[in-house]
Design a protein around this ligand. Structure first.
Ligand code: ADP
Ligand code: MG
Length: 752
């Protein structure tokens, strides 16, 4: 914990994850503000050495044709020297690797290894090739099916055995074409996957003259694989589709003329023109024009948002009715949509705890089935009873626990994709599970329960004039990013005050800020700041403030409190309903955590319906962290909701840290475990319910696939099913769990 806090407080660090089991720490930071050396020095100060640096990278795979081939790639890549961690997700078609920087493993040899296994690494999001490959497979499968039917008709109606047999073999060859290729790669890498098992079973069937079964196995297996890829592809598209929606070209104003250029050539600071109906090509700020923009792709909000000069717009969103001129703020690849989809991808490749369980079962299962097949086969040879050879072949056919392997990832990928579509970024299955289980929620006040758009309602002076109080406060706040600062500056501007320039500005997080104004030291901040400075409030000021409810900041000049400013904030739309929904359906306890004073915190809590005993006010950022630690200790799973910028440490301390309004700030995208891209708090109950539903579906899927897999094993062992029934059972169980998982793509919350 100390390590995490020590590194988190470095400027530019947005996220720190610690994995004690593998002595690993993952730090997300802005390279322009912090260096690796600074992080290392923090760690060293706590007596820790950084042994190695790791890079991580994600690869999009092509041609994954069986759920268990994901495990095969994982095993092979994991054996590369220098690879620390690897994860392959069949449902997302992604490979995620973490490897030693400057070590033996490199991007190139990872790609080479994947190619050796018979798969391709996609360079970009281009889909054409993938589709053509799928089509070729589909054609082969269809031909196999036609031959199978022809053979069946020839055999049973026209009774021409020889011709029928030829067609059966042709059917097996067409159906087996791609599986044979895959099995070859697999054996070359010394691993056994479902392709190897099926091919062996079909070959065995031919050897004992069961041609119909051989053809049926190959055809049905191919058909199953095609259906699986087809359905899973739909799930994958839920994310890759995002990126494809960004335009490739933009109209840029250069020397007063509009020119069409590829978006990659547009520089930050240039002005792009967006016509009505067009997609906005890059993230930026509106500098002229006004329009409504449909931002649903980024934030999940279905209602278009009005954009006036000064407003932020995002790449990929659709400009509706007016022309806009947008000054580009981020280059392609760093825009919000790209970051979002990258993060969703990485989240999808992450494994949920349930998945590790089913993979473990899978790892024991295949060797177990193979062993029994060998025993049964040996018995057949010894006893001379040929029906046992058949039985051994059926065991091979049901030897892959494919349904089990796919049961969790398909549900996760669908669920994370569904969440992204509604503007909720969830960084992995663990957090989805956390949300599904959560009973305790803690909210930050300013900017979370309230809008964070403060307004000055009162300026009170002790001795000087009110104007002086406001003028000095505004001077200090010019350099601050706090919402209080913005409110004070707005008011000073409205009163047309002549605000002096400050020097030596210093933010005091959780307390206030200070600067030198007109040669004297000035402070602006909370009561606690006044106390920290060892100062007393003048009596007149204290009594004037007694009747005020609101955020109060004090203005101090030359170590004397010269006045106070009272600010008010408005509750966020629907804050009350959300609290009551959570109370009714999900939550045992709700808390409010804030750095603001007790009066206003209590007032806000009672307004939204949080028990006033559950309010922690006047907290410094590090105290917020320790309150969250305490809550986690008391309750187990705690969801903390705040803004990802000021509350980053508290979010990190909770089980699931939820940041609001991520679309506006790239930092909170990186920081939190869950990001509500829009400022809509209503997405929180949605995410919680989605988490619950996902847990439910994962449990169902595991139950279905475990029973299917073991039933088939027992039935095959006992000789109760034939080859054809075995393949049908194998393929059907996988398709059933895929279909069940994909229901999450269409998830709708109940309470709306
Ligand atoms: P919250 O927990 O409500 O988000 P913060 O931790 O950001 O609040 O700040 C806590 C308190 O510190 C504020 O209520 C305010 O009194 C004071 N404060 C912090 N920053 C500033 C600032 N720039 N100007 C004036 N007061 C500030
Ligand atoms: Mg805050």
């Amino acid at each position: 914990m100390r390590l995490r806090d020590a590194i988190l407080t470095l400027d530019g660090v947005s996220r720190v994850d610690i994995y004690p089991s593998s002595s690993k720490i993952v730090v997300t930071f802005d390279k322009s503000r912090t260096s690796l050396a600074m992080i290392e020095s923090r760690a060293r100060r706590l007596g820790l050495e950084i042994a190695e640096n790791f890079d991580h990278e994600s690869f999009r795979l092509e041609g994954l044709d069986c759920p268990d081939c994901a495990l095969k790639i994982e095993k092979a890549v994991g054996k590369l020297p220098g690879v620390l961690w690897v994860s392959v997700n069949y449902a997302a078609s992604l490979l995620l690797v973490e490897y030693q920087r400057n070590g033996a493993a490199s991007r190139d040899n990872i790609i080479k290894l994947v190619r050796d296994l018979g798969y391709e690494v996609a360079e970009s999001y281009e889909k054409s090739e993938r589709i053509s490959k799928i089509n070729r497979r589909t054609v082969a499968t269809a031909v196999s099916g036609v031959f199978l039917v022809t053979a069946f008709v020839l055999k049973n109606i026209f009774v021409v055995d020889f011709a029928a047999d030829t067609f059966y073999i042709l059917s097996a060859i067409f159906g087996g074409f791609y599986p044979i290729r895959a099995a070859f790669y697999s054996l070359r890498a010394r691993s056994i996957d479902t392709n190897v098992l099926m091919i062996t079973a079909a070959a065995g069937a031919i050897a004992i003259g069961e041609l119909f079964d051989a053809a049926a196995v190959m055809f049905l297996f191919s058909l199953g694989a095609a259906l699986e890829s087809y359905t899973v592809e739909k799930t994958r598209e839920s994310v890759s589709r995002l990126i494809e929606l960004s335009p490739n070209e933009a109209s840029v104003l250069r020397n007063g003329v509009e020119v069409r250029v590829p978006v990659a050539d547009v520089r930050v600071g240039e002005v792009v023109v967006v016509k009505p109906g067009d997609r906005i090509p890059l993230d930026g700020e509106v500098i002229s024009g006004s329009s409504f923009v449909d931002q649903s792709i980024v934030t999940g909000e279905s209602v278009p948002i009005e954009k006036l000069p000064g407003a932020e717009v995002f790449a990929g969103t659709i400009n509706q009715n007016g022309a806009l001129e947008v000054s580009v703020k981020r280059p392609i690849g760093e825009d919000t949509l790209s970051r979002l989809s990258r993060l969703v991808e990485i989240a999808q490749a992450q494994k949920a705890p349930y998945q590790q369980f089913s993979e473990k079962v899978g790892r024991i299962y295949t060797p177990l089935v193979l062993l029994s097949a060998v025993i049964v086969f040996a018995y057949a040879l010894l006893s001379g009873d040929h029906s046992f050879i058949r039985r051994a072949l059926v065991l091979l056919v049901v030897g892959c626990p494919c349904a089990l392997v796919i049961s969790t990832p398909v549900a996760l990928v669908a669920s994370l994709g569904r969440a992204a579509k509604s503007g909720v970024l969830i960084k992995g299955g663990v957090y989805l599970e956390g949300l599904g289980r959560a009973k305790v929620f803690a909210f930050d006040k300013t900017g979370t329960l309230t809008k964070g758009c403060l307004e000055v309602v009162d300026v009170i002076a002790a001795n000087n004039s009110c104007e002086d109080v406001l003028r000095l406060a505004a001077a200090v706040e010019q350099m601050s990013e706090h919402p209080i600062a913005a409110a004070i500056l707005r008011r000073a501007e409205a009163e047309k005050l002549n605000v002096p320039k400050p020097i030596d500005f210093k933010a005091m997080p959780g307390l206030g800020a200070k600067a030198i104004v007109e040669g004297t030291e000035c402070h602006v901040g909370s009561k606690r700041l006044v106390e920290t400075l060892g100062l007393q409030l003048p009596d007149s000021l204290a009594s004037a403030l007694e009747s005020k409810v609101g955020t109060v900041v004090f203005v101090v000049r030359d170590r004397k409190v010269i006045g106070a400013i009272v600010l008010s904030d408005v509750l966020r739309d629907g804050a009350r309903e959300i609290v009551s929904t959570l109370h009714k359906k999900h939550a045992k306890e709700l808390f409010v955590l804030t750095g603001d004073n007790e009066t206003i915190a209590g007032f806000v809590a009672s307004e939204v319906g949080v028990d006033t005993d559950n309010v922690y006010a006047g907290l410094m950022p590090e105290e917020k962290v320790s309150v969250v630690h305490d809550l986690v200790e008391r309750f187990g799973t705690v969801v903390m909701v705040g803004d990802g910028v000021n509350d980053a440490p508290a979010l990190a301390a909770s089980t699931v840290g939820v940041a609001m309004g991520g679309a506006g700030s790239p930092v909170s995208l990186e920081t939190a475990d869950v990001v509500l891209m829009s400022d809509n708090l209503m997405k929180l109950p949605f995410a919680v319910e989605l988490g619950q539903r996902t847990l439910q579906i994962i449990k169902q899927n595991i139950a279905i696939s475990l029973s299917a897999v073991f039933l088939m094993f027992v039935a095959a062992f006992a000789g109760k099913i034939g080859l054809t029934t075995g393949v049908i059972g194998h393929e059907a169980s996988a398709l059933i769990v895929i279909a069940n998982g994909m229901r999450l793509l269409r998830f709708q919350p109940r309470n709306r």
